[in-house]
Design a protein around this ligand. Structure first.
Ligand code: ADP
Ligand code: MG
Length: 147
């Protein structure tokens, strides 16, 4: 699928959180945001900003041991961390597909580990570590966005 591509750089965790808030203001129910990037690239930090925008009852922390975290707010947020998944189908046993139809926002860390189940029209963020404080974020989205 053809996607619009945008690139930004953030110079601190606070800037990445702020970007997450602005980005979230353009999201719609049932959007899936696939967060690609190595450990410490800023995936969870970005998610925190999304949670702030939706007044979620819990700030996003790393869900590494729980796989799915659900935060109630103006829209429900379903935060998946696939880091420990060994087979893509494990996520289906947890009802992954149903989460895409609950009128919430779905955020997935380590989507490459369940790539076969990531819809073609997802919003992709590719986060790259540049130096201690700088991250590059490439956004690939099926619709135009204000970045
Ligand atoms: P991930 O979920 O991708 O593993 P985290 O968001 O948990 O990454 O962690 C990112 C780490 O990098 C945090 O310790 C954060 O303080 C630090 N950091 C430094 N600069 C930035 C930045 N510009 N954006 C996001 N995080 C940053
Ligand atoms: Mg994380």
């Amino acid at each position: 699928m053809n996607k619009h591509v945008y690139r930004i750089k953030t110079q601190s965790p606070e800037e990445t959180v702020a970007f997450g808030r602005v980005f979230a203001s353009q999201l719609r129910p049932n959007d899936l945001i696939a967060l690609y990037g190595d450990l410490a690239a800023g995936k969870t930090t970005f998610t925190k900003g999304v949670c702030e925008y939706f007044n979620s009852d819990q700030p996003a922390t790393s869900p590494t041991f729980t796989l799915i975290n659900e935060y109630a707010g103006d829209l429900p947020i379903f935060h998946f961390d696939c880091y420990r998944i060994k087979h893509p189908d494990e996520i289906m046993m947890l009802g992954f597909e149903e989460y895409l139809e609950k009128d919430g926002i779905v955020l997935v860390e380590w989507p490459e580990l369940i790539q076969i189940h990531i819809p073609d029209d997802s919003i992709e963020l590719h986060l790259t570590y540049k130096n201690e404080k700088t991250r590059e974020i490439e956004i690939r989205t099926p619709r135009r966005m204000e970045i």
